[in-house]
Design a protein around this ligand. Structure first.
Ligand SMILES: NC(=O)c1ccc[n+]([C@@H]2O[C@H](COP(=O)([O-])OP(=O)(O)OC[C@H]3O[C@@H](n4cnc5c(N)ncnc54)[C@H](O)[C@@H]3O)[C@@H](O)[C@H]2O)c1
Length: 269
C-alpha cells in the first residue's frame, strides 16, 4: 500500500472518537485522507481530532448524534462547504444494551436501534445525497457485527439492529450503484478495543466464553477491522458492492465446539 493511498479523499467516520471507529479514522489519516470525526461524545471527539492534528494529520471533529437528522444534515453541509464534499463515509457509532428481551424497556430498545439502525439509515441517506450532488464516486462502509448473523442472548436490539443495517446495506447497494456509490459491511468479531474505547470492551468473563469459539484463538485487533474498511474504500474494491465480510478469526464459519478437540489453542498471536 502506498504511503498516501487516500490523499485528497475526505472521510467521515461516525463513532470515530472511540474504539474501532477511532482506529479506522487514524488508519485513513495515516494514508493521507482528510478525516472528520462525527461523534456524539464532544470530549473524546475533540481530543481525538486534536491528537491527530498534533501529529500533522488533517482531522476535525463535528459533534453529531446519528439519531438526529438535523445534526447529520449540518455535518454534511459543513463537509461540503469546508472540505468540498465527501468521498468515503464509515458508520461505526454503536452503543451497548445487555438484557434479556423480557427485561427490556421500550426506551432501551429504541436507544440501541435508533443509534445502530436508524442512525445508519440517516447517515447513509445524507451521505448518498451529498455524493450524488457532487457527481463523483462514493464509498459507504457500515461497521456490522457477527451478532447480525449469529444470535446471542442479552443482545436483542443489538442483533436486530445489526441484521437490519446489513440488509439495508444491500438495498442501498442496489439503489446507489448507478450513481457510482458502493455500500458494504465490515463485520468485526469480538475486538480488543481496550483503553481506546469508552467502555473498555467485553468483560473478561464474556471473552473467556467467546474465545474458545474462535478458530484463530484470539480477539480481533482494531487495526484489522480498519484494514478491511480501507480495502472496501480503495480502488481495489471498486467492483464490490452489497457485500459483507466477517473479520472474526473464523468465528462465523461454524460451531467449533461441536467436536471438543478442535477448540482453539492459540499458537500464533
Ligand atoms: N468492540 C467489539 O468487540 C465489536 C464487535 C463487533 C462489532 N462492533 C461494532 O463496532 C462499532 C464500534 O464499536 P466499539 O467497540 O468501537 O465501541 P465504542 O463504544 O468504543 O465506540 C462507539 C462510538 O460511537 C459513539 N456513539 C454512540 N452513540 C452515538 C450517537 N448517537 N451518535 C454518534 N456517535 C455515537 C460513541 O461516542 C463512541 O465514540 C459498533 O457499531 C459496534 O457494534 C464492535
Amino acid at each position: 500500500m502506498s504511503t498516501a493511498e487516500f490523499a485528497g479523499k475526505v472521510v467521515v467516520v461516525s463513532g470515530g472518537a472511540s474504539g474501532i471507529g477511532r482506529a479506522i479514522l487514524e488508519a485513513f489519516a495515516q494514508q493521507g485522507a482528510t478525516g472528520i470525526v462525527a461523534d456524539v461524545d464532544t470530549e473524546w471527539g475533540a481530543e481525538r481530532a486534536d491528537a491527530l492534528r498534533s501529529q500533522g494529520y488533517d482531522v476535525t471533529f463535528v459533534k453529531t448524534d446519528v439519531r438526529k437528522a438535523d445534526e447529520i444534515a449540518h455535518l454534511f453541509q459543513q463537509v461540503a462547504t469546508e472540505r468540498n464534499g465527501v468521498d468515503i463515509v464509515v458508520n461505526s457509532a454503536g452503543v451497548g444494551v445487555h438484557k434479556e428481551v423480557i427485561d427490556l424497556t421500550e426506551e432501551e430498545w429504541d436507544f440501541q436501534v435508533d443509534v445502530q439502525l436508524k442512525g445508519v439509515f440517516l447517515m447513509c441517506r445524507e451521505a448518498a445525497r451529498q455524493m450524488i450532488s457532487q457527481k463523483r464516486r462514493g464509498r459507504i462502509i457500515n461497521v456490522g457485527s457477527g451478532a447480525a448473523i449469529v444470535a446471542r442472548p442479552h443482545a436483542g436490539p443489538h442483533c436486530a439492529s445489526k441484521a437490519g443495517a446489513a440488509h439495508l446495506t444491500r438495498v442501498l447497494a442496489l439503489e446507489l450503484g448507478r450513481h457510482g456509490i458502493t455500500v458494504n459491511v465490515v463485520s468485526p468479531g469480538l475486538t480488543d478495543v481496550g483503553p481506546i474505547s469508552h467502555y473498555g470492551g467485553a468483560t473478561p468473563d464474556y471473552q473467556r466464553n467467546f474465545l474458545p469459539e474462535v478458530p484463530l484463538g484470539r480477539l480481533a485487533r482494531p487495526q484489522e477491522i480498519a484494514d478491511a474498511v480501507l480495502f472496501f474504500a480503495s480502488d481495489r474494491a471498486q467492483f464490490i458492492t452489497g457485500q459483507l465480510i466477517n473479520i472474526d478469526g473464523g468465528y462465523s464459519a461454524g460451531k467449533l465446539g461441536i467436536r471438543g478437540s478442535h477448540r482453539a489453542t492459540p499458537l500464533f498471536t
